[in-house]
Design a protein around this ligand. Structure first.
Ligand SMILES: Cc1cc2nc3c(=O)[nH]c(=O)nc-3n(C[C@H](O)[C@H](O)[C@H](O)COP(=O)(O)O)c2cc1C
Length: 390
């Protein structure tokens, strides 16, 4: 019996690659256009080093914190990701794992499980939405999330509808019908374990988005929901301020790269922002978030909670972001690899890997608490930082 536990996220990714049909795996790897941003998200973390202490280090170390009013056991949050056909339990497995490990979870409005189902197994859900549909529709979605028990809202603004990829976009069917089954058969049959994991539940992946359903209507397919979003007028900053005013609780704007945008986010009364380029799936050439984090923290870090997402694969990456001013990070692909590799246990494994890595970096850097990290804990090469906007 092979050891199911994996020791790093890279191992989880290798297992995910072995387990998933090619199209599904590459839909997760993604990265738009030439993949400049998705590559930079990873490379930039590797450029940073540590300046460790070797004696006088702290025996007792604490990494719990709060983000958007939520007490979390470590400075890591599940970033929202759409339709998780990676595993039959999808978002439910992620939600259970996050609850077991004491971390909050962003749930995508493009998720394959409803906000009601997910809030039932996790009491720290942050509902993510895009600027999609008219104002009435968006208010109805917020109202539904509030009723279900969502603790906060994440508004993701950094999508530029880029659809070309040099490596070739995977074919994703609108729904799993006979035509789709026939077309996907060769690659799915090459991954019998993935097929069996669905077959034994009696369900094929449903590519629908229940959180995008209009009241009284059936959930639209992923592409149906995407079409609504594409047809929607683009928001002004006044529109964003209006939406923020519709939600009385914690509110995050996700996808910020520029200092001037960060200031706008503060002005409209958000409680948090995430420095992010959507995992490199967006406007290719946008720098890695870790390169722009410091200037944003310097400008607004005392007025809003600043998070980072993009490229986090290790506990030491989390610590690098904290040392440059982030309050916490959000993870995307890391937990998706865990989900693909081992369902709920795989996501828990990923969270444990990150926790172990954070603790190890705390020990090496002589910290008793995660709010003690400073830029001087890092070795930063010349020319590393980028400053966008003023
Ligand atoms: C397959 C996939 C789907 C995603 N779907 C969403 C989404 O529905 N909403 C959203 O705000 N971000 C979405 N994201 C972006 C993530 O929330 C996050 O910003 C990104 O994955 C962070 O980079 P990382 O994967 O390197 O951790 C998605 C990312 C991936 C890889």
């Amino acid at each position: 019996m092979p050891n199911k536990w994996f020791e790093t996220v890279a191992v989880a990714q290798r297992r995910a690659k072995q387990r998933l049909p090619k199209s599904v795996y590459s839909a997760l790897t993604a990265g738009s256009e030439k993949g400049l941003s998705s590559r930079d998200n990873l490379d930039s973390f590797d450029e940073l080093g540590f300046a460790p202490h070797v004696a006088g280090n702290a025996t007792n170390r604490s990494m719990s914190t709060t983000v958007m009013g939520q007490s979390i056991s470590m400075p890591v949050i599940i970033s929202p990701t759409g339709v998780q056909a990676v595993h039959p339990e999808g978002e439910l497995a992620v939600a259970r794992a996050a609850a077991n490990r004491g971390v909050a979870m962003g749930l995508s409005s493009f998720a394959s499980r409803s906000i009601e189902e997910v809030c039932e197994v996790n009491s720290q859900v942050l509902f993510q939405l895009y600027w999609s549909g008219d104002r009435e529709t968006m208010v109805a979605r917020l109202e539904r999330a509030r009723r279900a028990g969502a603790q906060g809202v994440i508004l993701t603004l950094d999508w530029s509808f880029s659809n070309g990829r040099d490596w070739g976009s995977p074919w994703i069917p609108d729904k799993i019908d006979a035509k789709a089954v026939l077309r996907l058969a060769p690659e799915v049959l090459a991954r019998p374990r993935w097929l069996w994991s669905f077959a034994r539940t009696g369900h094929l992946p449903t590519l629908t988005t229940p959180n995008m359903a209009r009241p009284g209507e059936a959930p639209p397919t992923f592409f149906g929901a995407y079409y609504e979003w594409m047809q929607s007028s683009l928001p002004s900053w006044e529109d964003v301020a209006w939406l923020r005013a519709q939600w009385s609780g914690p509110f995050m704007v996700k996808g910020v790269s520029r200092v001037d945008d960060a200031k706008r986010v503060v002005d409209l009364g958000a409680s948090a922002l995430s420095v992010s380029n959507h995992g490199g799936n967006n406007l290719d050439g946008t720098p890695a978030p870790i390169r722009v984090l410091s200037t944003i923290c310097d400008a607004v870090g005392d007025q809003v909670e600043v998070l980072l997402d993009g490229g986090v694969r290790r506990g030491s990456d989390v610590v690098k972001a904290l040392a440059l001013g982030a309050r916490a990070v959000m993870i995307g692909r890391a937990y998706l690899w865990g989900l693909a590799a081992g369902g709920q246990a795989g996501v828990e494994n990923v969270l444990d890997v990150l926790r172990g890595g954070i603790d190890s970096a705390m020990l090496g850097l002589g910290k008793a608490n995660i709010d003690e990290f400073v830029p001087g804990d890092l070795v930063v090469p010349n020319g590393f930082f980028r400053s966008l906007g003023t």
